[in-house]
Design a protein around this ligand. Structure first.
Ligand code: KIV
Length: 283
């Protein structure tokens, strides 16, 4: 069986009609299922801070958390490439921090590449990471780690000035050595422009159909959170509702005594022979 797809193979998709399909995963079970479903790449996203840990933002996520989840995803994945997010404050302070954090994601977590948010400000970080042997995926548009300066999780690039900035940032990421770039929550025509300019693949989430690939949060894709349905998400199942229905059936059957039935019991084991018990012997 061939090993997982490499960053170079994903980069080469730019000149192929086959789109890159990426999904976030945070554990071995989902990683194995998405892998069997045929995705090209699994993103251990810092969105785990929201969908797994229950925070309102991705900001509390640490490098230790990312290593833990990356290790689990690595165990479940076979063919899919694994990219792991550098979490908030693991690379913003210095290039040395970025190298140390990315090094841990690769060495301890099994990452084949890392992703970081931001444009020109991180060009030098990216060049240094790539020189150290770590492929980097960029991320522009809505960058959730900047939620406090952006004033919320909002579509970006709607004014000419913002759009120009995002184009320049995306170009800077390519020039710095990124092998691909995520475009999050930007108008579709801006994604057309960026995808046409860059010679590395763009992977969109809320960025329209022109991107060279798409990424979705895995829990959104399978409908695990019935209360969350932003415009850019397509739910391919309603697992959240199925889980609630299955849990209700379980609760009801345990209470009624219908579960466990005889088919769920084990035969054999300890047999209490009355004559052999101390109580019986003493009688
Ligand atoms: O953390 C994440 O899940 C992401 C995707 C939304 C691209 O960065």
């Amino acid at each position: 069986m061939p090993g997982p797809l490499t960053a170079l193979e994903l980069r080469a998709r730019k000149s192929s009609p086959e789109k890159i399909v990426m999904v976030t995963a945070y554990d071995a079970t989902f990683a194995a299922l998405f892998d069997q479903g045929g995705v090209d790449a699994l993103l251990v996203g810092d969105s785990l801070g929201m969908v797994v840990q229950g925070h309102d933002t991705t900001l509390p996520v640490t490098v230790d958390h990312m290593v833990y989840h990356a290790q689990a995803v690595r165990r479940g994945a076979r063919r899919a490439h694994m990219t792991v997010d550098l979490p908030f404050m693991s690379y913003q302070v210095s290039i040395e921090d970025a190298l140390r954090a990315a090094g841990r994601l690769v060495q301890e977590g099994g990452a084949q590449s890392v992703k970081l948010e931001g444009g020109r400000d991180y060009a030098a970080h990216i060049t240094r990471l790539v020189r150290a042997g770590i492929p980097v995926m960029g991320h522009v548009g809505l960058t959730p780690q900047s939620v406090n300066t952006l004033g919320g999780f909002k579509v970006q690039g709607r004014t000419n000035k913002e759009a120009r900035n995002i184009v320049d940032d995306a170009q800077a990421l390519e020039d710095a050595g990124c092998f691909s770039v995520v475009l999050e929550a930007i108008p579709a025509d801006l994604a057309v422009e960026i995808t046409g300019r860059l010679s590395i693949p763009t992977i969109g989430i809320g960025a329209g159909a022109a991107c060279d690939g798409q990424v979705l949060v895995g829990y959104d894709l399978v409908g695990l959170n019935p209360a969350f349905k932003p415009k850019f998400v397509k739910r391919y199942d309603n697992l959240g509702e199925s889980v609630i229905a299955a849990t209700k059936a379980y609760v009801s059957e345990v209470r009624s005594g219908a579960f466990p039935g005889p088919e769920h019991e084990f035969a054999g084991g300890l047999r209490v022979v009355p004559e052999a018990t101390p109580y019986a012997a003493n009688k």
